[in-house]
Write a protein of this length. Structure first.
Length: 409
């Protein structure tokens, strides 16, 4: 039986962790995962959203076709990665029910498949409902884990279809296959990229017009005039003008002329630059809830506030991430034989203090306590010649050395 583009050969017991569950089918439709690119504009975005939100037959094919172009935007890609990395760069540990870490089980998830799964999970924030086929299970790993192409998934109906326009298909929660797939996100959610799309399209249009403006007014136009009607001579002049450089040119009769009317605004390019800047600002607000961590002009004081806003957003992402690990992924893994029991996943929340904060902390405590020389050398990566006894009247040299080290960074 085919499901999600695979042929199931036989049912595998949860205790048999080395058997191959599935085999790639040779009769998978060639266009199953293909979503060709076409030129996009705001009008197509609006129609794609209408089709995706249709009450009677949801069709997300054109919406996800549009998103293939939207995510090519450099600024958007950057802020998405920044948002994802806030969660994905934190270590995930598995704890026993009493709160102690189970190091043996934690090691099972130090694998590439788990990194990929977490990334796909976070993608649901931006793309909406995401269905993941775990694939074959070998030695507690899923080497063929893959995301089911979104245009073939209809979460509103809970099915996977062969054609995006179909209204019937294979049930995602079918008991035969439910333990081989996991899904993240809400059924009707189209993700944050739905709101980001028009800004990237307006930005792309502005850059295109800006490029055309530069072509017309950034380089001088070459004009060749002649009163000769001989076509051969005209072609020779045109060839000469063409070979002179890349700027545009014209071959005219001696009585003809071309006049290029430029706007009275001496900084006309600003209208394009400001639109691009505004689009980037809006994208940062949408994805990161602030602009201070991506704007090089931000002042130190306001940057700290923006960093706190981003930190709160990341903490919420971590809570959502851990919920999916424990409530969505864990039951599936237990059904497949993973020794998880009553334990739970937890992503680290603690963030290490900056070098400046750690140096200030040591400096404040120096008059009151002794520090281990080796620990300080390991913490700050500097060689300490000797430690001054806390009873000595002078405490400043080490403090000054630490501050000088920080200032030299």
């Amino acid at each position: 039986m085919n499901i999600f583009g695979y042929t199931f050969e036989k049912k595998v017991e949860a205790t048999n962790l080395t058997n191959r569950r599935v085999k790639r089918s040779s009769d998978i439709p060639a266009d199953y995962s293909e979503l060709t690119r076409v030129k996009q504009d705001v009008g197509k975005w609006r129609r794609a959203v209408i089709y995706a939100e249709a009450k009677h037959n949801h069709n997300r094919q054109e919406y996800y076709r549009l998103l293939k172009d939207v995510v090519l935007d450099n600024h958007l890609s950057s802020v998405i990665e920044q948002r994802k990395n806030g969660t994905l760069c934190r270590e995930v540990c598995f704890h026993n029910s009493d709160g102690t870490e189970n190091e043996e089980v934690t090691k099972l998830f130090h694998a590439s498949w788990f990194v990929k799964l977490r990334s796909l999970m976070m993608d649901a924030k931006f793309y909406g409902f995401t269905l993941v086929d775990l694939g074959e299970l070998v030695d507690f790993k899923f080497p063929t884990l893959t995301q089911v192409p979104r245009q073939f998934v209809k979460p509103e109906y809970g099915i996977v279809v062969n054609n995006p326009s179909d209204t019937t298909g294979i049930a995602i929660d079918d008991p035969k296959y439910a333990k081989w797939n996991v899904f993240f996100g809400e059924n009707e959610d189209l993700g944050l990229l739905m709101k980001a799309a028009p800004w990237t399209l307006w930005k792309k249009t502005a850059v295109g017009y800006w490029s055309e403006y530069c072509e017309k007014f950034g380089m001088p136009m070459r004009i060749g005039k002649t009163n000769v009607n001989d076509e051969v001579l005209k072609e020779n002049m045109e060839r000469a003008l063409r070979d002179m450089g890349s700027s545009f040119y014209a071959v005219l009769h001696i009585d003809d002329e071309i006049e290029l009317k430029e706007t009275f605004n001496t900084q006309a390019f600003d209208i394009y630059d400001k639109l691009v800047e505004r689009a980037n600002s809006e994208l940062s607000k949408l994805i990161l809830s602030q602009t201070g961590t991506t704007d090089e002009k931000t002042y130190a004081g306001s940057a700290n506030v923006h960093q706190d806003v981003l930190g709160s957003l990341i903490e919420r992402d971590v809570l959502w991430h851990d919920y999916n690990l424990n409530e969505v992924l864990k039951p599936v893994l237990i059904a497949l034989g993973f020794p998880l029991g009553d334990g739970y996943f937890e992503t680290g929340y603690e963030e290490k203090a900056s070098i400046k904060d750690r140096i200030d902390m040591v400096a404040k405590f120096l008059p009151f306590m002794k520090f281990d020389k080796e620990s300080l050398e390991e913490e700050f990566g500097i060689k300490i010649e000797s430690m001054i006894d806390k009873a000595a009247p002078v405490k400043k040299p080490i403090t000054n050395d630490l501050r000088k080290y920080y200032d030299s960074l």
